[in-house]
Design a protein around this ligand. Structure first.
Ligand SMILES: Cc1cc2nc3c(=O)[nH]c(=O)nc-3n(C[C@H](O)[C@H](O)[C@H](O)COP(=O)(O)OP(=O)(O)OC[C@H]3O[C@@H](n4cnc5c(N)ncnc54)[C@H](O)[C@@H]3O)c2cc1C
Length: 397
């Protein structure tokens, strides 16, 4: 079996890359493989579904560039293909005076990134979200909500129509060179290919190593746990409500998300997972635990964030603490209103000296493009990231 380009990983970034390649170059023979039985089984199928606007990211970063334009592309794609989507807008809420400075900085960043942002005082916040407690807020009208799993299913359908070779249940386990080609060993046999793209998410550093590349950062999995409210408490929130994030940490804080199906999700927190696919505390891998203890970069990271980490772990273990955090924004919420929902695990890249990589990270060589850090808002921006990778591949064919 010979392909021009093989994509490892059928999450939203891998499928969007294949889609862009198929559109840019209809003659290109594309193979997409994923080790799971269905597309988008990991990060893409376990997230908040928010189409981000580009508010948070440092101006000039790839995240800032891709989020706003990518978000608009996502709205268009969903509308064109009948995927549920709503441009609900979101509010970022300061609950105390000491958050006003950070809120103003967010507004400045958002405007520098071309995002429409307006300030809401207490009264205008109450008009939008009557149950939310806050002193001041930012309104971001462009933010919205969709179902990224449905986007994946549609991308796979479009790829199948264009004749792409789509293989679920097929894991990449080895790579070697044969002349100008790569030979990929998979659990479904060998694939000969000219170029390959690594979109393996939580395993992207492992795939890079299989390909003979030394990744400049390794993946550290961070679990994000959610609760869902019972159906008769959904109406406590109309759209999307976020706290002011901690600028030292790349996650957005526990937020309130009215999902596209109407459900209200509270979360995610951010706790170190005990395995790459550690969706709960009982899933752990000895190899990953050894790495957590021995890796000097991770030890440096633990020293830096131990206080935040301890609070997050406590909130994960003790529901009343999680509820208390959510009550900062939504005082009427009670523990009995909340049921555990499925968690997600974020693939967060960390450098050897223990720095969390903030921006998207892509490394390329003659044969490969490796996507080594594609955290939020990569689902929002996936169609644009896919186009960018397809361009990189085209210049190498
Ligand atoms: C809790 C949480 C909330 C989030 N909220 C948002 C949000 O609201 N908005 C937003 O824009 N982003 C959000 N994100 C981020 C977003 O989900 C990710 O950025 C995006 O899904 C990354 O997609 P991906 O294709 O790179 O990775 P994935 O979806 O993880 O896909 C990688 C795929 O590679 C496959 N794979 C791995 N190794 C191999 C191998 N050896 N062989 C074959 N296949 C392999 C896996 O099975 C997997 O399907 C959130 C993430 C999490 C975890």
């Amino acid at each position: 079996m010979t392909a021009d380009v093989t994509i490892i990983g059928g999450g939203i970034v891998g499928l969007a890359t294949a889609h862009a390649l198929a559109r840019q170059d209809p003659g290109c023979r594309i193979t997409v493989l994923d080790k799971e039985r269905h597309w988008g089984a990991h990060q893409t199928g376990h997230n908040s579904g928010v189409i981000h606007s580009g508010l948070y990211y440092p101006p000039g970063s790839a995240k800032a560039r891709f989020a706003r334009v990518g978000g608009e592309a996502m709205y268009r794609f969903c509308a064109e293909h009948g995927i549920p989507v709503r441009r609900t807008g979101k509010v970022v809420v300061a609950t105390a005076e000491d958050q006003f400075g950070r809120l103003a900085e967010l507004a400045r960043r958002g405007r520098a990134n071309g995002v429409g942002v307006s300030e809401l005082d207490h009264a205008r916040l109450r008009e939008r979200e009557p149950h939310v407690r806050g002193r001041r807020a930012l309104l971001v009208p462009e933010a919205g909500i969709t179902d990224f799993s449905a986007v994946c299913r549609k991308l796979a359908e479009l790829l199948a129509e264009r004749g792409a070779d789509l293989r679920t249940g097929t894991e990449l386990v080895g790579v070697h060179r044969d002349g100008a080609d790569l030979v990929l060993s998979t659990t479904g046999g060998e694939i000969r290919t000219r170029r390959a793209v690594n979109c393996a998410g939580l395993h992207s550093d492992v795939v890079a190593e299989l390909a003979g590349t030394r990744p400049p950062a390794r993946i550290l999995p961070f679990r994000g746990e959610y609760y869902e409210t019972t159906s008769f408490r959904r109406d406590l929130v109309n759209a999307l409500v976020y706290p002011v994030p901690d600028p030292a940490f790349p996650f957005l804080g526990v937020h309130l998300t009215r999902m596209v199906d109407g459900g209200l999700h509270v979360g995610p927190n951010a706790v170190p997972a005990l395995a790459r696919e550690g969706y709960g505390w009982t899933t752990w891998s000895p190899e990953h635990l050894r790495r957590l203890v021995r890796d000097p970069g991770l030890r440096a990271l633990a020293r830096k964030y131990w206080r935040t980490g301890a609070v997050e772990i406590a909130r994960s273990a003790l529901k009343p603490l999680f509820v208390r955090a959510a009550q900062q924004l939504l005082p009427e919420l009670r523990g009995r209103d909340l049921l555990r929902a499925e968690a997600g695990v974020r693939a967060q890249a960390v450098t050897a000296d223990g720095v969390l990589v903030d921006d998207f990270l892509v490394v390329e060589d003659e044969h490969w493009v490796h996507v080594l850090n594609a955290p939020s808002p990569a689902a929002t921006a996936s169609l644009l990231i896919g186009e960018d990778i397809a361009e990189r591949i085209k210049t190498r064919r």
